[in-house]
Design a protein around this ligand. Structure first.
Ligand code: SF4
Length: 285
């Protein structure tokens, strides 16, 4: 039996995901699913608290409605269940662990001044077989402490975005333009990008992804070798060394501007279509 604190943590997680779907304008989708669940009730899920097992139409208070809707999302969302190999691990693209070679060449790098203040190098994380690569700007405090990309608040949002696509983090590869944290989370400077970006290019050449998503202006400008504004190109397919590349907003920007989540979701739907992933309709007909 789940403990009270486990139930509370589960409810909190479900509420956060529900708010994320509300932000993405997906509410009509899961409400439709909730209606179909009313017609065909699912088998009771022992991990969902009793109060949360009520469907919206059966709930009597606003809070109960929210919890019940969240429970419906938890039951109906086609989300990632860690039950087998990654979606992309079945297709071996690059024999040999050449990402390891790139990492070995990077070593305990001192090629730019960012090495002086870093705690850990943040090389990248995810599947070496990934067809989808997210490229961000650089590590923040949480990433610098853990040595992993996108594990702070913005990282949790990116994880939610990946899961909303029907994928898991282990299905994709996530890395940054610079591998060491710029002090105070400032933007990386030109010389730092120049020193570090060759390793990003080598990572991409090893991965040979079907799609690269640039998260924010620094990634976009580095890959496109341009100083142009991301706002003119956001959501458009571009070419990077023969790879399809799509720039969109950085999750940190979305934390400051939640209204932009809808634009990013549209961009991610384009990526899903390109990768042959099922694109859910997010509007009630
Ligand atoms: S940011 Fe890149 S080039 Fe600079 S020290 Fe870190 S790993 Fe080396």
């Amino acid at each position: 039996m789940p403990t009270e604190s486990a139930n509370s943590a589960l409810q909190q997680k479900i509420k956060q995901r529900l708010e994320f779907y509300e932000d993405l304008d997906l509410a009509p989708f899961y409400r439709d699913r909730a209606a179909s669940l009313t017609a065909h009730p699912a088998i009771e899920d022992p991990t969902v608290p009793k109060a949360a097992s009520k469907l919206p139409s059966q709930a009597s208070t606003p809070e109960a409605v929210q919890v019940a809707a969240a429970a419906s999302v938890a039951k109906s969302f086609v989300a990632p269940v860690p039950a087998g190999p990654s979606l992309f691990e079945v297709a071996e693209k690059h024999p040999g662990e050449t990402l390891l070679h790139v990492r070995e060449d990077l070593g305990e790098c001192t090629r730019c001044k960012l090495h002086r203040t870093r705690n850990k190098i943040v090389f990248g994380d995810g599947s070496s077989q990934a067809q989808l690569v997210f490229v961000g700007e650089g590590p923040g405090a949480d990433e610098d402490a853990q040595g992993l990309p996108f594990v702070g608040r913005a990282g949790r949002l990116l994880t939610q975005m990946i899961e909303a696509m029907g994928l898991q983090r282990r299905d994709v590869y996530i890395c940054n333009v610079v591998k060491c944290r710029p002090p105070g989370n400032r933007q990386p400077e030109g010389d730092e990008v120049e020193s570090c970006s060759p390793f990003l290019f080598r990572q991409l050449d090893v991965l040979k992804p079907k799609v690269i998503v640039c998260l924010g202006a620094t990634a976009f400008r580095t890959l496109l070798q341009s100083n142009r504004s991301i706002s003119h190109f956001r959501g458009q397919w571009l070419d990077f060394r023969g790879y399809k590349m799509l720039p969109t907003y950085h999750p940190a920007y979305l934390l400051r501007n939640p209204a932009a989540k809808a634009d990013v979701w549209k961009d991610l739907q384009k990526v899903m279509a390109e990768l042959g992933l099922e694109v859910k309709k997010n509007k009630a007909k």
